[in-house]
Design a protein around this ligand. Structure first.
Ligand code: KG4
Ligand code: ZN
Length: 334
């Protein structure tokens, strides 16, 4: 079964074709980062308009690169949420219309389920069950995964998502958008002398809170100086605080569930220090760690095509409506 995957939930247009036996045939991504960077963040209306411009040409190119035509495609998967309403509608309407024209089923995919299953595209995919840490620009979730669609929420951020904390702190340090990778690069020039808090690790539970770290960074910059070296030191101290906090909570989740496999995905999982911290932790816990390749940590069409293929094989499909849901708790998935 060939499945076309479409991702347009935010500022990346992702398209991919996945085959149930042959695996990933082709994937393409167009990032809008340059367009939004002028404004210091994503401008939703510009994002929607750009998805409209890029989506159909990307689908055509993806078919061409896979040496396929529309009539070879057996199903279409599209990100239906969570995300920006206008951006989601572009992907949903295009997917639904193509499915109608080609007389094939379409399936609406939860964006975080896509991230969660992204490591399945790698050579040594994790077996079920596992604990998943999903760290993106909009979400920080710890999920117990029993199988496709069987997700139990263990913990989540009560305020800023990890990526949001990176982006806001980066903005405060005068770095541009998107802040995560820029803050991470600056952190490499600094030393983590200042001790930032490890929020919510001194009490039981698996929830997170990252907004205090951003405030702590702001106060530190305003009291201890603003040289380039000071900023690099703040970036380094901030980054290790996030990495250690995530690691403490993941260790707790593995111990609480008794599971020995940890999957880490979402844009922030591209961060080298977070990867290193989690790698150290799982070795001590005698557990295994699974990441998607770097280009599938951030938003992409391949993860949506994969998730859609699994659900279509299981006999699921969407009705004829154009389904888009900007807010969609992962706990409501089944
Ligand atoms: O998953 P993603 O591409 O989009 C969402 O679903 O939100 O994640 C984007 C987030 C942004 O907040 C970005 O700053 C962050 O991932 N990010 C990073 C790194 N690369 C991307 N954060 C820290 N270090 C990185 N290397
Ligand atoms: Zn994402």
């Amino acid at each position: 079964m060939y499945v076309l995957g479409i991702e347009t939930s935010c500022d990346e247009t992702g398209v991919a074709i996945y085959h149930s036996e042959k695996g990933l045939c082709s994937h393409l991504l167009y990032s809008q980062v340059e367009m939004h960077s002028e404004y210091g963040g994503v401008v939703p209306e510009l994002a929607s308009r750009d998805h409209i411009r890029k989506l159909v040409p990307l689908i055509k190119q993806c078919l061409q690169e896979s040496h396929l035509t529309g009539s070879d495609i057996n199903g279409i998967a599209y990100t239906a949420g969570p995300g920006l309403m206008g951006a989601l509608l572009v992907g949903a309407a295009t997917a639904r219309s193509l499915a109608w024209a080609w007389q094939i089923p379409a399936i609406a995919i939860h964006h975080m389920e896509g991230h969660l299953l992204a490591p399945m595209l790698e050579e040594n995919p994790p077996e079920f069950p596992f604990v998943a840490l999903l760290i993106s620009g909009g979400h920080t979730l710890l999920v117990q995964v029993e199988g496709i669609g069987r997700y139990q929420l263990l913990g989540e951020s009560l305020d800023d998502a990890a990526g949001e904390a990176f982006d806001k702190t980066a903005k405060m340090l005068g770095l541009g958008y998107p802040g995560g990778p820029k803050l991470s690069a600056l952190a490499e020039q600094g030393t983590a002398q200042i001790k930032f808090p490890r929020p919510m690790t001194d009490r039981p539970g698996l929830d997170f809170s990252f907004s205090g770290l951003k405030t702590f960074a702001l106060n530190t910059v305003s009291t201890s100086g603003k040289t380039e070296q000071d900023k690099a030191d703040v970036a380094a101290a901030f980054q290790i605080a996030v990495a250690e906090t995530l690691s403490i909570k993941c260790k707790r989740a593995l111990q609480q569930t008794g599971l020995k496999r940890l999957v880490v995905a979402g844009g922030v999982s591209a961060n080298k220090q977070i990867r290193a911290c989690l790698t150290d932790m799982v070795v001590k816990e005698n557990a295994q760690l699974y990441f998607p390749r770097l280009q599938f940590c951030t938003d992409n069409g391949a993860m949506i095509a994969y998730a859609g293929c699994q659900r279509l094989i299981a006999g699921q499909q969407q009705g004829l409506e154009i389904y888009a849901r900007p807010r969609w708790p992962i706990g409501e998935l089944s």
